[in-house]
Design a protein around this ligand. Structure first.
Ligand SMILES: [Zn+2]
Length: 462
């Protein structure tokens, strides 16, 4: 299967090379700002003319903002506005103009309603402190031949990597990967080179293709699986917070920048800021590593993974929970599982956003009207079933997908203990109207004990 994948390597450039990288990123920013000024002046001119009553053919013609026409305009103007342009690869300027074209396109699409989501504002000028980045799409870039410790970049040459490029080099040698572009970035005190690669991935199929796993994401534990497995929340950020607070105090004692008095920050203040940035990077790296390991394991084990369609962006607006939710990386985990499931040919099922996975009894299907966040154990009022809150939710999620593993348990356990009195469907009256739209399928719901038994067999067998 051909997929688009990024391979990112930390770089160890020499001082001269670092100067070259900075220069290219600066050139990217310069071209972006130049193009933005051009477009902005044109739009303002046209708006002003329209306000005077000039219309139609008398208006100043619009400046096109496709990457192609921006590049053409830049090539005509560069000799005059940037006589030093030949110091950098032309790709640097193209990169800035391409970014500008995308920004303008997104703004226009958002304005005309073609783009969903939060409103995209008109692009702003990039200041000195914006993140350094530059993209190469043509020219001599890629991995160094015959050695797995260097990347090749236009103009800059061979740059040593901090880690081996083996993972990508093997694919390139075998001819199963094609590098499409290279982006250099400066993040958290370190240079990176990220390759966008068209790669032929042949991932192993999930070990248990018939297995359905429900994953309840949370804060107390990172995830609870319907198999009963609990993945602890490593709380990387909470651990680092102590050091971050200390560094914050340290920075406060040093002379930082002040816009009113035009005070430049001291070297010591900058050092503390660099330490803070490094710590944040370490936290993010540790978190990402854990999430990658978990998501890979899930898609390589289970045939179907059932997740909640959580509104993470909305949950982060809750200021009491924001730090903890961001610290877990729920949205990132879902993103990883979704794209990796495509590689491993496992399937992801997203439960409806309003499906009450926590409030539903995984034994009888009764839905509670209210369940406090502090109640860690689920007690069913209908059948008296008691279970860990998150495990109950995970089992409900797994039950949303028609169970394929039913055959694994003997049918006799279908109706043994804990059958609710009367018609189990009657319990639906306890569901708050308009809140529950997704629900376990009738089949899954009518045989809850069989499913649980299936889960139990699975967990004991493994
Ligand atoms: Zn129940």
């Amino acid at each position: 299967m051909i997929v688009l994948q990024a391979f990112r390597f930390a770089l160890d450039p020499t001082t001269a090379q670092e100067g070259g990288l900075r220069s290219h990123c600066g050139a990217q920013r310069y071209a972006y700002n130049w193009g933005l000024a051009l477009i902005k002046a044109n739009l303002d001119q046209r708006r002003a003319e329209a306000s005077y009553g000039i219309a139609g053919v008398d208006l100043t013609p619009p400046v096109a903002w496709s990457p192609y026409s921006l590049r053409r305009d830049w090539n005509q103007a560069k000799e005059a506005v940037a006589p030093w342009w030949s110091e950098n690869s032309k790709e640097a300027y193209s990169s800035g103009l391409a970014n500008l074209a995308t920004a303008l396109k997104n703004w226009n699409a958002s304005k005309t309603g073609k783009r969903k989501g939060t409103r995209v504002r008109f692009p702003t000028f990039k200041g000195k402190r914006t993140a350094l980045s530059c993209r190469f799409t043509t020219g001599a870039f890629g991995l160094a031949e015959g050695d797995r410790r260097h990347v090749k970049l236009p103009r800059i040459g061979l740059v040593r990597t901090h880690e081996s490029t083996r993972k990508l080099a093997r694919h390139v040698d075998r001819g199963t990967a094609r590098i499409r572009s290279a982006t250099v970035t400066y993040r958290g005190g370190r240079w990176f080179c990220s390759f966008s690669v068209e790669i032929d991935r042949r991932d192993p199929a999930p070990g248990r293709p018939d297995s359905v796993v429900g994953v309840d994401l949370g804060i107390k534990s990172l995830a609870v699986l319907s198999t009963g497995e609990v993945i602890a929340n490593p709380r990387h950020l909470d651990v680092a917070l102590r050091d971050l607070r200390r560094l914050g105090r340290q920075a406060a004692r040093r002379i930082g920048p002040d816009r009113r008095t035009r005070q430049a920050p001291s070297g010591r203040w900058r050092k503390t800021q660099a330490r803070i940035a490094r710590l944040h990077t370490a936290v993010a790296n540790a978190r990402r590593d854990g999430l990658h390991k978990l998501s890979t394991r899930l898609v390589r084990t289970h045939g179907v993974i059932v997740l909640e369609d959580l509104h993470v962006a909305g949950m982060i607006r809750n200021r009491r929970l924001a730090r903890h939710i961001a610290g877990v990386g729920m949205g990132e985990l879902r993103r990883q599982i979704t794209y990796k499931s495509g590689w491993a040919s496992s399937r992801v099922h997203l439960a409806d956003r309003w499906y009450p996975s926590s409030k539903t009894c995984s034994a009888c299907g009764a839905v509670k009207a209210k369940l406090r966040l502090s109640e860690r154990t689920f007690h069913c009022d209908q059948c008296g079933y008691a279970l860990d809150r998150d495990l109950n939710a995970a089992r409900n999620l797994a039950a949303l997908v028609d169970e394929v593993t039913v055959g694994m348990s003997s049918p006799s356990c279908g109706a043994t203990q804990n059958e609710p009195d009367g018609n189990p469907r009657k319990t639906r009256t306890t569901r708050a109207p308009g809140t529950a739209t997704g629900r376990p399928s009738h089949k899954a719901r009518s045989t809850p004990h069989r499913e649980m038994a299936a889960h139990d067999t699975v967990s004991t067998a493994s």
